[in-house]
Design a protein around this ligand. Structure first.
Ligand code: SF4
Ligand code: SF4
Length: 368
């Protein structure tokens, strides 16, 4: 039978490789809060197999399952058959968008980025009291969440970069638009080109991203290939900060939440820990960590489309923080900070920070 959809053309073998073993069930954050078997990786693969067999069609009824996936890749990490679930889901979403079946929130994200320069449709980007678009060794690329929702954390990060003597500039950045790839659309070429041109105009040979998702997008997506061709390297903030002597310590018990986009998707686990272990002798790992880290529930468009479940996923992660008795939880992603902070447990005693914000606060406290 001729394939009807692109997901089938590209991933038929992968979907058939799913042996229905169910190893993915225990690690799927969506299943963890819904307890619905049709929402975990196995359920999603079974639904797509039914579509391939012509038993059901892609339609609005599949939105709840196929669009409710944070693309955290926890299933893939634990799958003995090597099924690349997030890639399959993203393609199936594209096929659904193509036939007019899409979660309204995902459609909204696409429309916002057609007309605006950021995912929140805000008018003016905050300037953080810093000159932009100047010649520098580095560009610091903030990302939408850091610029518009976690601006306090970004201010601290910029203060820290200043203290460390990093020669950087901000640019008039626009959304990297990588999120569109997750929600059934394509990266916006116009936005990508604006970012590329503004980065190149600074003469910087390295871009530092505060956001793991921007990091992934710049490094992997063909729309940003010109940066690579012109010799511009893109690093994550944690890869820069790890090499500095920070000169501060905390006696508080500290733990670390691995962002899915930085850890499982980019393999960056040790750089953030290197910094944290310098400043926090009482460091403790969460029960799920490194490649087994539990997702905060924000990714894959889920925070926008399924807010209640997204926060419930974050609460599960916060419960792990409580279990190890940490007073501080650090992470390397503004989106994770945002979702974890919004979830908040009852009688929560610990605080959530981006590592750079916390380091900056320690330096400020030492200065008195
Ligand atoms: S772990 Fe892999 S093979 Fe097993 S059910 Fe999940 S997706 Fe299928
Ligand atoms: S990518 Fe994450 S949320 Fe999606 S099915 Fe796999 S484990 Fe579940």
């Amino acid at each position: 039978m001729e394939a009807k959809y692109d997901f089938e053309r590209k991933y038929r073998e992968q979907i058939l490789q799913c042996s229905r073993c169910g190893f993915c069930q225990a690690v799927c954050p969506v299943y963890g809060v819904t307890l619905r078997p049709s929402y975990n990786a196995r359920g999603k693969m079974l639904l797509l197999k039914e579509v391939m067999d012509g038993k059901i069609d892609l339609c609005d009824e599949l939105i709840e399952s196929l669009f409710q996936c944070t693309t955290c890749a926890s299933c893939t990490e634990n799958c003995p058959s090597g099924v690349k679930v997030p890639e399959i889901i993203k393609q199936a979403r594209k096929d659904m968008v193509h036939i007019g079946s899409c979660h309204p929130a995902f459609k909204g994200m696409h429309e916002v980025l057609e007309k605006n320069t950021n995912i929140y449709a805000e008018d003016e980007p905050p300037d953080f009291d810093r000159e932009r678009n100047k010649k520098a060794d580095y560009v610091y690329f903030i990302g939408c969440v850091g610029a518009y929702r976690e601006d306090e954390s970004t201010e601290s990060t910029l203060d820290l970069l200043d203290k460390l003597g990093v020669n950087y500039t901000l640019i008039d950045e626009v959304c990297c638009s990588g999120v569109l790839e997750d929600v059934g659309y394509k990266i916006n070429d116009r936005l990508a080109k604006q970012n590329i041109d503004r980065i190149l105009a600074t003469g910087a040979k390295t871009v530092i991203t505060g956001c793991p998702y921007c990091f992934r997008t710049f490094n992997n997506k063909p729309q940003y290939g010109e940066l690579r061709e012109k010799g511009v390297k893109v690093i994550h903030l944690s890869q820069l900060v790890k090499d500095f002597d920070l000169g501060v310590k905390t006696d508080k018990r500290v733990t670390y939440h691995d962002p899915c986009d930085l850890g499982r998707h980019c393999g960056i686990y040790e750089e953030p820990r290197k910094t944290i272990q310098k400043i926090a002798p009482d460091f403790v790992e969460l029960y799920h960590h490194h490649a087994n880290a539990l997702c905060c529930g924000a990714g894959g468009g889920v925070r926008g489309a399924f807010a209640k479940n997204s926060l419930a996923m974050a609460r599960r992660r916060l419960e792990e923080v409580e279990e190890v008795g940490a007073e501080i939880v650090l992470t390397e992603c503004n989106s994770c900070v945002h979702n974890l902070a919004n979830a908040k447990l009852r009688k929560q005693k610990f605080k959530i920070y981006n590592t750079t914000q916390f380091v900056n606060e320690l330096i400020e406290a030492k200065k008195g």
